[in-house]
Design a protein around this ligand. Structure first.
Ligand code: SF4
Ligand code: SF4
Ligand code: FES
Length: 233
């Protein structure tokens, strides 16, 4: 069945606009990433109305749901393009860039704020990490984060210029809180409280959205308990 892809496009300073493309899937396994790749492989790309169209700008790397580069909004839900099968969408697929970040071009966005937050908050181990079994399981779960930004897309409280850094930084913080020695835990708890706990509305809109299937409830609950416990003692 021919799929209709409706893309939100933008080139530098021009206004965004919608453009429609027809795509005939090669197999039932075709993903949104396969469709975008195949369209761009056409020598003279034309839209569904037959007008010449510029190549579609988007990002990918692994094409195996491992790097997070291809995150975009697909039929109103943040997804990885390489993990979204066309067969899920009943013939019409609306594709937009993530909306919380500045658009560079078409489906490419500037997600550098996420990586700057990791640097500013120093979210890495500076010496060997140790931990008991429970800490290791939280830490292992958190280490699977792709930094794709899908959780920030659905978060009502995250804004790129705000103090609240959202789930994408709460996850690496949880890893550190679970495994840092007690002598270093206070500084990380203070950061968590200031940049996550106090800004988070606890709506859990970010649950069930993570393409890596991280258990966001468990990760946030674990860190929130540490943040609150420190207040009482
Ligand atoms: S927690 Fe999940 S949705 Fe959020 S950045 Fe990490 S992988 Fe992406
Ligand atoms: S619980 Fe709500 S406010 Fe907190 S990180 Fe998730 S979506 Fe954002
Ligand atoms: S290209 Fe790496 S997750 Fe899609």
């Amino acid at each position: 069945m021919t799929e209709l892809l409706i893309l939100r496009r933008k080139n530098q300073d021009e206004k965004p606009y919608w453009q429609r493309f027809n795509y005939d899937p090669k197999s039932t396994d075709d993903s949104v990433a396969s469709a975008l790749t195949a369209l761009n492989e056409q020598e003279n790309l034309r839209d569904a109305e037959g007008k010449p169209a510029a190549p579609i700008r988007w990002e990918c790397s692994c094409l195996q749901k491992k790097c997070g580069a291809c995150a975009m909004v697909i039929n109103n839900r943040p997804r990885l393009a390489c993990g979204a099968r066309l067969s899920e969408f009943k013939g019409v697929v609306k594709i937009e860039p993530l909306r919380k970040f500045p658009v560079i071009a078409d489906l490419m966005v500037d997600r550098s704020v996420m990586f700057e937050n990791l640097k500013t908050l120093r979210l890495w181990f500076e010496s060997d990490a140790k931990g008991k079994d429970k800490a290791m399981s939280v830490s292992y779960e958190a280490s699977r984060c792709l930094q794709c930004g899908c959780c920030l897309e659905v978060c009502p409280n995250f804004h790129i210029d705000g103090k609240f850094t959202g789930t994408a930084s709460a996850v690496p913080m949880a890893r550190l809180l679970a495994q840092l020695p007690d002598s270093q835990k206070k500084a990380m708890t203070d950061k968590y409280r200031l940049h996550v706990y106090e800004g988070c509305g606890k709506s859990l809109a970010c649950r069930n959205i993570c393409p890596a299937d991280l258990d966001i409830d468990e990760i946030l609950l674990n860190s929130n308990a540490i943040a609150v416990w420190k207040r009482f003692f």
